[in-house]
Design a protein around this ligand. Structure first.
Ligand SMILES: [Zn+2]
Ligand SMILES: [Zn+2]
Length: 472
């Protein structure tokens, strides 16, 4: 019974000796706790090791071991000589234990301790991404040094958009669109939306995609200039091609950027310089003025550019210009042509009556060589857009339009079958329907004012099927 207290006393004594030894060892170092002292020592040693082994400075984290040489004492040399008489405890650290594995996203941590209770920890640097075909197998991040095209070989657009004044286009399995100063792209199979590029100011318009590059007009609302630029479909390689006052349309055809813009010498009196036609190489350089304004409704195939020219008297001409040349051929004159759209080997348009705006408009076409004028139907409406996809024409009718009665109650998206000569209403909305041609399909949007959301869907003219998509 008496032995126990003795053992206890002996134990307490030996413990206090140990503790005081440790404290003495700790107090050897100036300022701070034991832990921070040990950590500082380890860091200093690690830095020294890194420096002496010739590691490049600025990349100490690339040293994976970080094992300080001269451990495990942790005694700074020189210090012990100050108080040589001091009872010393030499830290004896155990094995490093990893308490957090490093990944390519975050650092890890390893720790070890001495029997005296001092812990030492060391940050384990992030490990490198494991890129396979430009994508990290661990975090799925893109290799910033590798460009991955959105299209396969042979899938690149010849012409960058079906509508050079609008904000939507497509290539291979992707839909590209702009919202404010941002360009988004959607993998339409997976319905995955990605932010592709953000302009530092202005509004991004007239989106084109040809191969690896997106082209656009940035309309400035600040003292900074408006410009036309290109950027890769992953947002890299931004290059400003031309600065300008204002562009109306941009159409990229292979290596040429066609655009209509107000000339630098623009004034209200000088109608002829308004939205003239220019071209510039996709690699930049000096722009070429191809045709005096007012030029609009740019369309192109592999050989030619087609457009409308309106003179100061308001006379409209359908023109054709061979790529690489600047002489225009007149395909059709003396008709009030609206909404020119190329499909296959024909140019489709509406013809209005110049004398009486309330006369019906006529849907008509000519061949790309200028002949074979055909008219299809008359409509009592104000057509807002016209897209022809294969044998179907799509337009939005602001209906009805009558001389003594203005009833702009509804917008109707009409599908007209050119071969069958039949029409049907695809969609009706009292506030408006936004339609964009994305080559072989239509992108339609209607704002739902009750829920303050946008209903968007892709319509396939061949199957007649609609597929809802989430653009935002
Ligand atoms: Zn210790
Ligand atoms: Zn990674």
């Amino acid at each position: 019974m008496q032995k126990l207290p003795l053992i206890m006393i002996a134990l307490i004594l030996s413990l206090s000796v140990l503790l005081s030894a440790c404290e003495a060892a700790g107090s050897n170092k100036e300022n701070g706790t034991k832990e921070s002292t040990a950590a500082t020592t380890a860091t200093t040693a690690a830095t020294t090791a890194a420096t002496t082994t010739g590691e490049p400075t600025g990349e100490p984290t690339s040293e994976p071991t970080g094992e300080p040489t001269g451990e495990p004492t942790g005694e700074p040399t020189g210090e012990s000589t100050k108080e040589p008489s001091q009872t010393t405890h030499t830290h004896t650290f155990g094995m490093w234990v990893t308490s957090g594995d490093p990944t390519c996203q975050r650092t890890g941590l390893k720790e070890r301790s001495c029997s005296c209770g001092i812990w030492e920890s060391e940050v384990l640097p992030k490990i490198a991404h494991n890129y396979v075909q430009g994508i990290c197998t661990m975090c799925q991040q893109k290799d910033p040094n590798v460009f991955i095209p959105d299209h396969g070989s042979g899938e690149a657009n010849l012409v960058g958009t079906d509508d050079p004044s609008w904000n939507y286009t497509a290539q291979a399995g992707y839909l590209y669109y702009t919202v404010g100063n941002r360009i988004y792209k959607m993998n339409t199979e997976k319905e995955q939306v990605e932010l592709a590029y953000t302009a530092s100011y202005g509004t991004v318009l007239c989106l084109n995609v040809v191969g690896d590059w997106m082209y656009f007009h940035c309309a400035s609302d600040t003292p900074d200039p408006s410009y036309i630029a290109k950027v890769r479909t992953d947002g890299s390689g931004f290059e400003r091609l031309v600065t300008l006052l204002s562009a109306s349309e941009v159409l990229v055809v292979q290596n040429t950027v066609y655009y209509t813009a107000i000339g630098e010498d623009w004034s209200y009196e000088d109608y002829g310089s308004m939205f003239s036609l220019y071209s510039i190489s996709v690699n930049g350089g000096a722009p070429k003025k191809l045709h005096e304004g007012f030029v609009s409704d740019l369309n192109a195939d592999a050989t030619n550019l087609y457009f409308l020219h309106t003179n100061e008297e308001g006379d409209i001409t359908v023109c054709k210009m061979k790529h690489g040349e600047s002489a225009a051929t007149k395909l059709l004159q003396d008709r009030e042509v609206l909404n020119l759209d190329l499909e296959g080997s024909r140019l489709y348009f509406f013809v209005a009556n110049h004398e009486d705006l309330f006369d019906p408009i006529i849907f008509a076409s000519i061949s790309t060589s200028g002949g074979e004028y055909r008219s299809y139907f008359e409509a009592n409406c104000d057509p807002l857009v016209l897209y022809v996809i294969k044998d179907k024409a799509y337009y939005i009718a602001f209906d009805p339009l009558e001389e003594d009665e203005w009833l702009p109650d509804e917008y109707r998206l009409i599908e007209y079958d050119i071969d069958e000569d039949t029409g049907k209403v695809l969609c009706v909305d009292e506030y408006g329907i936004e339609v964009a041609s994305i080559f072989d399909r239509l992108l339609c949007q209607v704002i739902d004012y009750e829920s303050e959301t946008v209903d968007a869907w892709i319509y396939d003219p061949v199957t007649g099927e609609s597929r809802e998509i989430e653009l935002f």
